[in-house]
Design a protein around this ligand. Structure first.
Ligand code: PMP
Length: 439
């Protein structure tokens, strides 16, 4: 089984001791060979050191939440509805929250019925349930390249194969998607679904343009391929015009399963997300959820619902947007100021991530130990491809460190890249002016 430990050298367990041989090694199910720790997780231990500026993790910044208010909402919940909140609930989720979720989805143009919503433990569980319901070993899933690392790992855990489709600055390329479907058809493979993060993509930070959205839906409809739209970042837009979710314009919604989450717009630790699915798929998801967890936590669902109904959530959302916008701006400023020539990057209008490309065949994975020595962490691009691609790329997150740390982190990274490209000395003299200024 291929696993990566928290120790970047890969030789020691997470407690610094060599792990004992595993007596059950030969007994595990074949699917465990696809269960690998994400590159992001492997980095956490190093990136968490206080001297390291971590541009690696994608953790939302909950410090912008009014904790007294959240605590009062929860205390009130236990006092008034404790008997329901602390009891088992249903596998589909609390009805009043499913109503609130439908209200939230109208913000992205979706008209849905609460009955078609399944509440999940974060959208990650929704992803797992969809995979469980659709994927047999050897099945094919089509995804953008690059794509969300834990989606790759989830599909691998169900022993599925991933076929990638390239993106450009406007998101996935519809003609390329059609070409991949045609190639798979010629090979006798019918993709089970097209997994896409169309808005403020993780990791690339790009958004599928409004003009392309109907084409993508059309290509999938013609090929008879279900769309799995994963949209945890859609409400975190920092500039530009809002786009409608793919699900909003799908014909009767029959060919899209939509995933949403409160992790980035409220609190990730509550683990509340959802799937909106066509009725037949919804029934399967509820059955799959029942066998996985019996019931979602009524406590966390009711806490989210009460918060949405009693607190000024739109203002909270705006506060999150302002905080992340400032961080995004700091990162884009710093990249312009500190990156040597030849490095390129995306300009996200929302979400958490910038995707940077190194020049001259530089390998971001090979460079990582030198970046860590320079006290800055990022995620090498290879983790976001199922086919070994992504060597010259890195994902830079701006969600967690404050703006001044982002500036410092990108400055350190710029120095590392400059040294790798042999530009270190030449740039040293020129960099002074840019370094003293700030956004
Ligand atoms: N999808 C994407 C694209 C993500 O970036 C994440 C979180 N990093 C998730 C799903 C899962 O989020 P959660 O389970 O917290 O809703």
């Amino acid at each position: 089984m291929h696993t990566q430990s928290d120790d970047p050298s890969g030789s020691l367990g997470s407690h610094g001791r060599r792990p004992a041989p595993d007596p059950w090694r030969d007994r595990y199910a074949a699917r465990t060979s696809g269960m690998i720790a994400s590159e992001v997780r492997a980095l956490f231990a190093v990136a968490a050191r206080p001297e390291v500026v971590s541009l690696a993790g994608g953790m939302p910044n909950v410090s912008a939440l009014p904790l007294e208010t959240v605590s009062a909402v929860m205390a009130d919940l236990v006092l008034r509805q404790g008997a329901v909140a602390l009891q088992y609930g249903s596998a589909q989720g609390v009805a009043s929250l499913r109503e609130s979720i439908c209200d939230v989805m109208t913000l992205e143009g979706i008209a849905a019925r609460p009955d078609d919503v399944v509440v999940t433990s974060g959208s990650q569980q929704a992803l797992d349930l969809v995979a469980r319901v659709f994927l047999d070993p050897g099945d094919t899933v089509v995804t953008e390249a690059p794509t969300y690392v834990t989606a790759i790992n989830t599909f691998a855990a169900y022993q599925a194969r991933v076929a990638h489709v390239p993106m450009d600055g406007d998101g996935v390329v519809p003609e390329a998607l059609a070409a991949v479907f045609a190639r798979l058809r010629a090979e006798g493979r019918t993709p089970k679904f097209f997994y896409t993060v169309p808005t403020f993509q993780n990791p690339a930070g790009v958004t599928l343009s409004a003009a392309r959205r109907p084409h993508v839906l059309d290509v999938c409809r013609r090929a008879g391929v279900l769309v799995l739209e994963d949209n945890p970042y859609g409400l975190l837009r920092y500039d530009g015009e809002p786009v409608r979710a793919l699900r909003a314009d799908a014909a009767r919604g029959h060919d899209v399963v939509y995933l949403g989450s409160f992790s980035k717009t409220f609190a990730a630790g509550l683990r509340v997300g959802w799937a909106l699915a066509p009725a037949a798929v919804r029934d399967k998801l509820v059955l799959a959820a029942e066998s996985a967890i019996l019931s979602q936590s009524p406590f966390t669902q009711l806490a989210v619902d009460r918060y949405l109904r009693t607190q000024p959530w739109p203002q909270q959302l705006e506060a999150f947007r302002e905080m992340y916008r400032e961080r995004r701006d700091a990162m884009l400023y710093a990249l312009t100021a500190y990156m040597p020539p030849g490095v390129t990057w995306t300009t996200p209008a929302g979400g958490f991530f910038v995707w940077a490309t190194l020049p001259g065949g530089l390998d971001a994975k090979a460079m990582l130990p030198r970046a860590l020595a320079a006290r800055v962490a990022y995620v090498p691009g290879t983790g976001f491809f199922a086919d070994g691609g992504g060597r010259s790329h890195m994902r830079l997150s701006f969600c967690y460190p404050p703006p001044e740390r982002i500036l410092e982190g990108v400055r350190r990274l710029g120095d590392v890249v400059a040294e790798e490209t042999g530009l270190g000395d030449a740039l040293g003299a020129a960099a002074g002016a840019g370094r003293s200024a700030g956004p």
